[in-house]
Design a binder for this molecule. Sequence first.
Ligand code: PEP
Length: 244
Amino acid sequence: MAGNWKMYKTPAETKAFFEKFRPLVEKSEHCEVVICPPFTSLAAAVEAAGGSRIGVGSQNIAWAREGAFTGEISGPMLKAVGATHAIVGHSERRQYFGETDETVLKRAQAALEFGLTPIVCVGERLEQRESGGTEAVLVAQFQNGIAGLTPEQFAKIVIAYEPVWAIGTGKTATPEIAADAHRAIRAQARARYGAPAADATRILYGVCVKPDNVKSLMAQPEIDGVLVGGASLDAVGFASIVNF
Ligand code: PEP
């Protein structure tokens, strides 16, 4: 159960979140919990999560170890601050910051090289869904991005399916629509890496997951977890999602 805070929360707000959130998930051993704050709040999150099972992830990661890459943050830097995960290829990065399947692959490879678990996002836009192109988009994102990983690397990633057309609309895909997309992604994984690897891969569902719809989403066997945006900003709300 992963929370993507996007561009919200200062270090002080992060500390306050964890003070409320930690006791609410202390006994939640049925799942892995990861919070992905902005870069500037990573250190505060790692400190506040210290001694708990809560992982802390970044929302992006550079493909290079170091160098002249203004505005980028590298794997060794994230590792040094105590991060465990890195979101890669979020639709907002693809839409506003020119992220492509090729850069998504490079960033995922960098995360793995430096010991971080990449949460690799895929998903179709509205016009792609309306023109019946959902599966083709997911196939292309898989083939041009994820499929470049070795089997050993693939075994360590988490995939997140986010139907981009639903972001910010208050709507979510029905559990059945989400499960169909997850099946299409898993079929790609099966063809490239074999059934055991595909079955073992965790595919999270994202977009407008809330305390009141998480149960029906998680009831789908194809859905292994959720990537939560807005609703992860509230400690009580996100805790109730974790403890669905
Ligand atoms: C997201 O964009 O990663 C996301 C899950 O957003 P929300 O839950 O706010 O729709």
